[in-house]
Design a protein around this ligand. Sequence first.
Ligand code: NI
Length: 265
Amino acid sequence: MNKILCDSHCHLNDPAFADIYDGVLRETEESAVGLVVNIGFDLENSALAVRQAAETDWIYATVAIHPTECYGYGPEALDEIRRLAASPKVVAIGEIGLDYHYDDTDKEKQEYWYRAQIRLAVELGMPICIHDRDAHDDCLRILKEEGVLRAGKEPRIPVLFHCFSGSPEFARQLVKLGVYISAAGPATYKNSKKVPEVVKEVPDDRLLIETDAPFLTPAPFRGQFPNTPKMVEYTCRKIAELKGLSYEETAALTYANAKRFYRIP
Ligand code: NI
């Protein structure tokens, strides 16, 4: 199998894979996926992502505390993220951000962790993966306030909005500031009106694709759980159709973009 696809954001460290992990590795090895970035979302599974990356050459890791997972942590947890970030195959701080979707949202606590981890990434000179759910304006405002995104200049560190869910106008704004944008399974859903428009806004050299597995399984397998890295093929096919490119061209450019963003050799 030609290894032409990169799943730029998934969670092989999620408990959903605990009992089937070896099978998912084998299945991915037999697929067209040649590179997987395994994204941390709390201390424990950031450490697991690092271990999984150390064991398998085509897996890289990121480490962070996700906005909906931040409530139980005190400031000292940042030292643990800093320590994990020093592991050889950790390529970014992520996923970090803001998630205003749930009723129990503590915006202040989320903002504390978002800013703290942005500052850590700047200190370490590492890329950041942003999780933005119903918080577009605040996510962007804070990146500007922290001096990461600057009008007319390159971002201070590479910035990616993963599983992008904003408007085409928001995408245009981000692209102008040098941000990368990633499309996940929802790009393939029939009722997703915005994502196809967003994809057309994003230049070929700024677009990544991902599964966000175990969640967001793409059509025609929508609803199946868990989603797995090989399913990134269906998002790639949809993006190709939306961009008027071939599947192979789209695979090649999104693979190259992921390697450039994460600085993977
Ligand atoms: Ni994710």
